[in-house]
Design a protein around this ligand. Structure first.
Ligand code: G1P
Length: 305
């Protein structure tokens, strides 16, 4: 039987951001996918804010040697700050300064070879050390407007029960081959212990239609499993396979988070998130609604006459 681990709050979050983002070429020829904006903030900022809200103060970015934009973004911009200060642009100054609030540090680790998500997480081992930690895939943007973010919901649960946690949501059967898929013993409220987890199974082989979304809270022993994990689906070292081995030793729960997930690793997901955040934006919501209404009228989708 898997056992529970020590009841400990997560403080560290790992962001695997070494991918090439080929789906978004040519934009990603020079701009990393994590830096693509949703209205006025880059994708990575949403995940970072969610991690900080959950209590993380150490953000570990696993990147590659060509990607400097993410590190530059989280670095202090002295000249820009001075200019904004001199010209009295205090609102903009706050925006620039609050990219990383005080007391939160960013650490950068290089993944020298693109061997898969599991390998990327393993690269963070020396910085994570011997404590539970989060893994956040910034492509998955999760919006919970009036309540806590997904990672905070999961961190509260993981700490309370001394377990790991993985965010899940139901997907249509024909989409199982795009996700890690879990089988759960049974749900109590929003959570249930994972009994099986498989990376990207075809619908016929999938143990359920409950898909892993890019938020994980894992015990440090996952690194032992990752070290023993060989190539899996797609010829890559998969985090899912290490978790499959981990659940024999320690409990990891599937957690049905509250909130809407946008798959910003796809064109339509990025557009959907942009539309949703524009419609909710404190400065442009009215203009966004007018503009979308006009476009839908012009296309004959709606008729308000
Ligand atoms: C990764 C994981 C997969 C998970 C997905 C969530 O896949 O390997 O298990 O369901 O993220 O977004 P990727 O989308 O990076 O291929």
């Amino acid at each position: 039987m898997p056992t529970n681990t020590k009841k400990q709050r997560i403080r560290k979050a790992v962001f695997p951001v070494a991918g090439l983002g080929t789906r978004f070429l040519p934009a990603t020829k020079t701009v990393p996918k994590e830096m693509l904006p949703i209205v006025d903030r880059p994708l990575i900022q949403y995940a970072v804010d969610e991690a900080i809200e959950a209590g993380c103060d150490t953000l570990i970015f696993v990147t590659n040697r060509y990607k400097h934009a993410v590190a530059d973004y989280f670095d202090k911009a002295y000249e820009l700050e001075q200019k904004l200060e001199k010209s009295g642009k205090h609102e903009q100054l706050d925006l620039v300064r609050n990219v990383l609030p005080e007391g939160v540090r960013a650490v950068f680790v290089t993944q020298t070879e693109a061997l898969g998500l599991g390998h990327a997480v393993l690269c963070a081992k020396p910085v994570v050390g011997d404590e539970p930690f989060a893994v956040m895939l910034p492509d998955d943007l999760i919006w919970n407007k009036d309540g806590p973010g997904a990672l905070k919901q999961m961190a509260d649960h993981a700490e309370k029960f001394g377990v790991g946690a993985i965010a899940v949501q139901d997907v249509p059967e024909e989409q199982t081959a795009s996700y890690g898929i879990v089988a759960v013993e049974g749900f109590e409220d929003r959570h249930g212990a994972i009994r099986r987890i498989v990376e990207k199974p075809q619908p016929a082989d999938a143990p359920s239609t409950l898909a892993v979304v890019g938020r994980y809270i894992l015990p440090p022993t996952i690194f032992d499993h990752l070290e023993k994990t060989g190539k899996g689906a797609g010829g890559e070292i998969q985090l899912t396979d290490a978790i499959a081995s981990q659940i024999a030793d320690s409990q990891i729960d599937a957690y049905r988070f509250k909130g809407t997930r946008f798959d910003c690793g796809t064109h339509i997901g990025l557009v959907e998130a942009t539309i949703r955040f524009a419609l909710d934006h404190e400065k442009i919501s009215d203009a966004a609604r007018d503009s979308m209404t006009k476009a839908l009228q012009e296309l004959g989708v709606i008729d308000l006459s």
